[in-house]
Design a protein around this ligand. Sequence first.
Ligand SMILES: Nc1ncnc2c1ncn2[C@@H]1O[C@H](COP(=O)(O)OP(=O)(O)OP(=O)(O)O)[C@@H](O)[C@H]1O
Length: 235
Amino acid sequence: MNKNLIRFESVAKEYTLGEIPIKALVDVNFNIDEGEFVVIVGTSGAGKSTILNILGGMDTATSGKVVVEDKDITKFNEKELTNYRGEKVGFVFQFYNLIPNLTALENVEFSVEVSKNHLNPRDILERVGLIDRINNFPSQLSGGEQQRVAIARAIAKNPQLLLCDEPTGALDYNTGKSVLKLLEDINKETQKTIVLITHNLAIAPMADKVIKVKSGTIESITINKTKKSIEEIDW
Ligand SMILES: Nc1ncnc2c1ncn2[C@@H]1O[C@H](COP(=O)(O)OP(=O)(O)OP(=O)(O)O)[C@@H](O)[C@H]1O
């Protein structure tokens, strides 16, 4: 059995918009083991990004515990949170968020500057199939290529945890599938824990664990005993 990496215990998140409180998360509980590929699904506004942002140390829970490697990150001070975000977590966003005036290689090099255990940026860009494009700027790359740079940037830090928020949301069907294949391969090769948000339930069979979120609560948690490769899934 794999070791537990993440525990959400009775996590709630409330935002206030003016006078009006918005309960984004209510009593959210789940576990994620080391090396798991986890898909979080749910409709728009269900609370998926809120979960990911809290897990990534970019937002804080209103109450409850968020335990990562036996440490409750809700108790972290600013410095501990900065270290956590810098060392332990890699982020991949829907719109890539590359720095436009840096080349692909420079984007990856820039992100590893703050991390101690980082991997060689050039090797990682080669791994994601972009060795011929390392001196190109983001504007010279297709959406799929930019997302590969963003994935390279996230994994070059050698984080324990890779968090992906709708990574294929801006890509066409085949390009999106190839990005999911890359994430699947990285999970297999490096045993890195991956948590991926989507509203596309069709990709759920590629996950070890599927967490369904609805109106700020967990609707269900399913473990796929036999998962499918993204190549076997169509939608
Ligand atoms: N900073 C904020 N201030 C106020 N309300 C917020 C804030 N962030 C999120 N919310 C609210 O919290 C709820 C959950 O939002 P969240 O972004 O987590 O949903 P989601 O499932 O990721 O949706 P989507 O698929 O559209 O990105 C929504 O009602 C949203 O409007």
